[in-house]
Design a protein around this ligand. Structure first.
Ligand code: ZN
Ligand code: ZN
Length: 108
């Protein structure tokens, strides 16, 4: 069983084992012909490409090499599914340092 999307009329139909390997689109007035082998290849390619797509910058959706990296396109630091602007990291560090200094001041 395979779902085939017709590029001509953009209707999807289900191909089953009882149907010929090559045939025409079941939509009335559509003359597009399908080839199951070609469609199978397409669906396999789609599945593998969506796997590779798992590493994407959450900020600009640019494809990145690893889960923990900096994005080539927008320069964001990507940590898993989160992205940080480099300037924001410095801001966070500064805030943490200020908070720590407060904690030390009130302890001693
Ligand atoms: Zn069609
Ligand atoms: Zn990015």
């Amino acid at each position: 069983m395979l779902v085939i999307k017709c590029p001509d009329c953009s209707h999807s139909f289900v191909w089953t084992d009882t149907m010929p390997l090559k045939g025409s689109c079941p939509t009335n007035g559509c003359s597009w012909t399908y080839d199951v082998h070609v469609e199978l290849k397409k669906s396999v390619l789609e599945k593998t490409s969506s796997k590779n797509d798992s590493f994407r910058c959450p900020h600009c959706k640019n494809q990145i090499k690893a889960k923990w990296t900096t994005c080539d396109q927008c320069g964001c630091f990507v940590a898993g599914s989160k992205s940080f602007k480099k300037t924001h990291i410095f801001l966070y560090v500064a805030i943490i340092l200020v908070l720590l200094s407060f904690v030390y001041r009130y302890r001693f």
